[in-house]
Write a protein that binds this ligand. Structure first.
Ligand code: F0G
Length: 456
């Protein structure tokens, strides 16, 4: 039996339909930087699944009834009780988005010279650690190196590497272990509960705090129920609760799996760490019961946290992504296997072998999807991760040339996704016509947001 979304569409938003000439002009005016293309010139926007989900009538109803009191608002208590149903943390702080949670937590836990270990740090996470004078070190599991293998949990951390680091000369400098679920920087792959149990055990043995970056906790929980023996009989909520219970605390953007336009939270067991976070929070984000969020956003988050764990919702969302993955494969385009939920990662290096890493095949594919179909997505390859010299020449390519096609929650129908597959199939029929690109200007920090590129 096919799965279907457990909702119907009551409010819709028109999407821009553009001509090829308009898209060529928009992309060249943006210096081939997807972040500079106005959304009004994008037909299908697959740049991110963050803050782009469709809100429900129940979320909007709750938002309309929000309580704007400065301290201790009813909205805060509803937010808090949604999180108490899910996490065991006695200290919970709202913040305006995930990177604020990172900044507040890390500056309370780390000091210069410390190392953060992770399955893979997300880019803002890495930036927040490096800005504190610390090192963000990724230890993805070995299975993650083979993009084509069907291993179920390629988001896991390399446990042997983790233990080597904790017991080795760098051990005393390790300030935290941060597990990103699902592993966004690592192909959107899930993390197994077995891996989280083992990380907890190692962190306890070596007395290092263990945190989750739980931006996609519900999607990770769903994949655990589908792929990990011993968890099939549990609900996604039960698995998510078990995951949160393993850690000393978490940071979580709520723009993803709370299906809200804005929001995040910090959860902590340790009272001392919580006290330090609270001072920082009040000075920089807002009072502890709103933390930089408007009351209506606290309400949307509280309701979204309940909706996102509905098995019918998660089943149909996973099926949508799997459907797109099948069509993309049939069109002759490889993806990082097996498909996760929030995005597909297209193997642009393999699709465009005539473009060397220095011609940026991932960026070339992303630009072509826009030029041919008005579809926006973003490169995750040498442009994003490679090392450059002062003249903007690529010195060291990234290990893979990928494009992330993110799928906003409840926003596009299967017909939209089928259209994306059609445009991609058109490119795959005649890949040699895709041009290469060169960097015209690249700032040293957060390069991909401010790049200027040219077509060759
Ligand atoms: N951690 C992970 C794993 C993320 O994917 C993101 C954001 C953040 C932290 C930061 O959260 O945006 O609320 O400040 N990811 C978005 C993306 C931007 O497109 O993957 P934020």
């Amino acid at each position: 039996m096919r799965s279907f979304p457990p909702y119907r569409i009551q409010v819709v938003k028109q999407i821009p339909i553009t001509t090829r000439a308009e898209r060529e002009e928009a992309l060249s005016a943006a210096c081939y930087n997807m972040f500079d293309v106005p959304a009004g010139k994008v037909t299908i926007d697959l740049l991110t699944d963050s803050g782009t989900g469709a809100v429900s009538a129940a979320q909007e109803a709750a938002a309309a009834a929000a309580d704007r009191s400065y301290a201790g608002s009813d909205s805060y208590y509803r937010f808090r009780s949604a999180l108490d149903e899910l996490t065991p943390y006695p200290h919970v702080f709202p913040v305006h988005q995930g990177r604020a949670a990172e900044r507040v937590l890390f500056s309370s836990v780390l000091r210069p010279g410390r190392i953060s270990l992770s399955n893979t740090h997300f880019d803002t996470t890495r930036a927040n650690i490096e800005l504190l004078g610390c090192e963000a070190r990724d230890l993805p599991c070995v299975q993650a190196r083979d993009l084509d293998s069907a291993e179920p949990f390629k988001g896991d951390i390399d446990l042997a590497g983790l233990e080597r680091t904790l017991s080795g000369p760098d051990g005393p400098r390790v300030g935290q272990v941060l597990m990103t679920i699902t592993n966004n920087g690592g192909g959107g792959q899930p993390v197994s509960m077995a891996n989280l149990h083992a990380v907890r055990e190692l962190c306890q043995r070596y007395r290092v705090p263990f945190f989750l970056d739980a931006a996609r906790f519900a999607e990770n929980a769903w994949l655990v129920t589908q792929r990990e023996p011993g968890y099939r009989h549990l609900s996604p909520r039960e698995v998510a609760r078990q995951a949160f219970a393993l850690a000393d605390g978490c940071v979580a953007s709520l723009k993803k799996d709370a299906i809200a336009p804005m929001g995040a939270f910090i959860g902590l067991r340790d009272a001392e760490t919580a006290k330090r976070c609270e001072v920082n929070l009040i000075a920089t984000e807002g009072f502890r019961t709103y933390g930089g969020l408007a009351s209506h956003d606290l309400e949307r988050v509280a309701q979204g946290l309940r909706e996102v764990l509905e098995p019918d919702y998660l089943r149909s969302r996973a099926a949508e992504t799997a459907h797109l993955a099948r069509l993309v494969n049939e069109a002759g385009v490889d993806i990082v296997q097996p498909a996760g939920i929030h995005a597909l990662y297209l193997n642009a290096g393999r699709l465009l072998p005539h473009i060397p890493p220095g011609g940026f095949p991932g960026h070339a594919l992303a630009c072509q999807l826009y030029l041919d179909g008005g579809i926006r997505c973003v490169e995750l390859g040498s442009l994003y991760l490679g090392k450059f010299d002062a003249e903007h020449n690529l010195l060291e390519p990234a290990p893979f040339e990928l494009v992330r096609v993110a799928i906003p929650r409840r926003t596009y129908t299967l017909a939209h996704l089928e259209y994306v597959a059609d445009v991609l199939a058109g490119i795959a029929k005649n890949p040699e016509r895709v041009p290469r690109y060169r960097v015209v200007d690249a700032p040293p920090l957060l390069r991909h947001f401010n790049l200027k590129m040219a077509q060759l």
